[in-house]
Each structure stands twice: as C-alpha cells, then as structure tokens.
Write a protein that binds this ligand. Structure first.
Ligand SMILES: [Zn+2]
Length: 432
C-alpha cells in the first residue's frame, strides 16, 4: 500500500525523447517525435485539452484513482490470503485479481480514446471479476448497462411493460454472507417452483426477466438482495405487490430466512420485503442498481449523513478504501462468498430475442470498442516502476492531461528517463 513517489525529481538531461508515439487527441500523424517537454506543440495541445475538461471528467478521474487505490489494497489482501491458504501456488492463479492491470504480457501500451477523452492501458492482464475487482467491476457494469437499455427498448417496441421487483429479507449481523446467499437461493428456488407462481406468471403475461444480485453491508451485517426487471402485460399494476409478499413470505419461512412465530418480524417483512414499480425505465432500474453498487468517497459520505443511507450500508469495495477494523476480513469473506455467483441473470432466450450477444464478464472487461491512439509503449522495466510506486491511475491522468509529454513528465517524477523504442500496437484492454 505504501506510496513512495519521488516527486519533483528533476530530469537529469532536461530533455525527454519519446519516439514511436502519437500525441494529442486523435492525432493523425505517425511521425516519430523527439520532443522537449516544455516547448513542443504536442505539449501545448495536451495542456489545452486538459483545460477544456468537462466537470464530469474530474469526477471520473477521482473515481478511477479510487478504483486503482482500492485494487492495490485488494491485491495485497488477496495475495496474503493466497499465500496463507495455498502456500505452494502462485497467488495470481488463486485470485486472478492479484494480477489485474498489474502484470504485463510484455511492453505496456498507454492508449488514448478521443471519443471519451480517456486513456487506458494495453498489454496487461485483466481478471474480469465483477465481485473481487474494483476496476473490472466498473468496466463490466458500464457494458452491462447498455445491454439492459437494449433489453428494455426491445420490450417497449414489442408492447410489453417493464416492471421493477425488489426482493429483500431480514438479516442479522451474526449471519455469514455465504449462509445468507445459500438461504436466499433456496428461497428463490422454492418461490418459483410452486403452481401458484406458475399461474401468476401466466396471468401477468410474463415474457422473461433480468435479475441483478447486489450485496451491501451495514449495521445489521450483510444485506444480499435482488433487483429484477420483469417484462409483462401492460395492464399489470402495483396490486401485484400484495400477492408477491404472500408468496415470498412462504418461501422465506421455508428457507429459514423468516420466523413466522415472530409477529414483529412478519409485520416488517410485509412492509419491506417486496417492492414493485410499474412502467419502469432503464434509468430507474439502473439507478436501483447504482444505489447498491456505487461506491466512492462522495457517494459514501452522502450516505453516511442520511438515515436511509446508513440503513442501506456500503458496497464491499468501500472496505478497501475505508480500511476500518474488520474490513479486510469482510472483503475476503465477500470475495469467497460471491465466487461462482452470477451478478446479472437473464431468462434463457431473452437476450437472443432482444438481439444481444452473450459476452462473458471476462470479454467485457477486455472489450474496447472505440478507436484509440497509442501514446507510448512502456518497456517492462518502466512499468515496474509505475506499478511499484502505485502510480497506475496517475499515469493515465497525466496521459489524458498532457498526452505523451504528460507521460514523460510523470515518469521523470518517478526517476525514469523514458526513451522507449519506436513501436506501435500492443494489447488494448479498453478504458478503465
Ligand atoms: Zn480486474
């Protein structure tokens, strides 16, 4: 976790030669550059790009810095966990997240996507873990959002109504996450196998669903819950909620999640366990997910000051930033507990009907759709310095602000005189 950047170190020659790199947003030239950091045209272009940033970009940068910082902590925790539990094995084989955006295949490309004004790395290992990895989770979520929007568009075009159904259940601080997830899975299995359920679905004109599994942690411990989006007949109204509470209550009692002799618990269950929203929009559904998944300083501070926020708890990736007593253990429990569970589930055949391909989380974590320029290719020994100084996010900030010159200046500050070999290409893992 230790950060040891040698800041402000002056370059030994006063000049950095960068070759084989394009500068600036969407620069069309492949010309090799030998640039003096403070006087080149590329540098000024980079500066103006930095000044022209929208306010949102600053938030993006802060979010990215936090994701990388969280990943660095996750990496330490997961490595220690792997070494303790599987001493003979390579930690990256036990937890792929240990190597994510850290271990390189060869030289590391720093790419710039003009369409998003964002820089990203190529040639690094990606883990594709939506649960363990703060960087991949964000990337995958961004792509899955587009799929959900497309699913809703399909439903509306075909005359179906999207409704949002949230299922929760009582939980206590002494429950382990795995116990709760197993009981939750059992409750859903029991709920959906009844004849009453099948009849209800028929009556609703049920076409399929998208379900997202969310986990937060608060004063009452782990809080797994699901947000579902059902595509049903346009005539379906909120009266459905009463019927669903009844069915969900029976399932939760059978699964051991609710004690039906506890009148107070049963009353509270009736009030809070099922929430139905008709005519749901993509924005409303995604906001529901964000409510459980978004994390980061601003979000957590806002939550900490509101009663509703405190009750909802925080996303487990926030443990990696907060680092309160017990947070490291909680993060590891979360990673173990979520292993093998799907975050997003679509009814079989629904994606095909909506014309959506079946990309895995792993593929989405690597996915890069927009054209990107290669700003610099960092040899392995230079990358080692960047990651060793915990400067992965800072280097992307510098690349976005000042292009290739920014990369050179940041490397100077780390004590590296950067003269990369002229080259293009390298892997391309998409914005992060
Ligand atoms: Zn990852």
């Amino acid at each position: 976790m230790g950060k040891c950047i040698t800041e402000g170190r002056p370059p030994s020659t006063g000049r950095t030669a960068l070759s084989g790199a394009k500068t600036g947003a969407g620069a069309g030239s492949d010309a090799l550059l030998g640039i003096t950091a403070k006087s080149s045209r590329g540098y000024r272009e980079g500066m103006s790009r930095g000044r022209g940033k929208a306010k949102g970009k600053a938030t993006d940068k802060a979010g990215r810095a936090q994701r990388y910082a969280a990943h660095s902590t996750a990496r330490e925790l997961l490595r220690a966990d792997a070494l303790k539990r599987y001493p003979g094995e390579y930690p990256g084989d036990v937890h792929r997240t240990c190597d994510c955006r850290y271990v390189n295949h060869g030289s590391v490309g720093v790419h710039y996507t003009a369409a998003h004004q964002s820089a990203h790395y190529g040639g690094l290992v990606t883990c594709g873990s939506v649960w363990a990895c703060p960087i991949c989770a964000s990337k995958i979520q961004e792509r899955r959002r587009l799929e959900i929007e497309q699913g809703i568009e399909w439903a509306l075009l075909n005359g179906f109504q999207p409704i949002m159904v949230t299922f929760t259940f009582p939980h206590r601080a002494f429950h382990t996450l795995r116990e709760l997830l197993d009981m939750q899975a059992e409750a859903f299995r029991l709920l959906r196998k009844t004849t009453r359920w099948r009849k209800l679905m028929k009556r609703l004109g049920f076409q399929g669903l998208i379900r997202s599994l969310e986990v937060t942690h608060g004063v009452n411990g782990w809080h797994p819950h699901t947000h579902e989006l059902w595509f049903v007949d346009p005539s379906v109204g909120t009266a459905l909620q009463v019927e669903l509470v009844d069915l969900w209550q029976a399932a939760c009692v059978s699964a051991g999640l609710l004690d039906d002799s506890d009148a107070v618990a049963v009353w509270a269950f009736g009030q809070h366990s099922v929430d139905v929203r008709c005519n749901a929009t993509a924005g409303a559904y995604l906001a529901k997910q964000d409510d459980s998944r978004s994390w980061g300083m601003a979000h957590e501070v806002a939550k900490a000051t509101s009663k509703a926020g405190r009750a909802k708890g925080c996303h487990p990736h926030h443990f990696l930033i907060r680092q309160a007593p017990g947070d490291a253990e909680r993060y590891l429990e979360y990673v173990q507990g979520m292993k093998g569970r799907r975050q997003l589930f679509w009814s079989p055949g629904l994606k095909a009907k909506a014309g959506i391909g079946d990309a895995s989380d792993d593929e989405l974590a690597k996915d890069q759709r927009e054209a990107a320029d290669l700003l610099a290719l960092l040899p392995p020994e230079v990358w080692k310095v960047v990651r060793g100084n915990d400067a992965r996010a800072e280097l992307l900030d510098a690349a976005e602000r000042d292009g290739a010159d920014g990369i050179a200046l940041l490397l100077w500050s780390l004590g590296v005189e950067f003269t990369p070999p002229p080259s293009r290409g390298g892997g391309d893992d998409g914005p992060e």
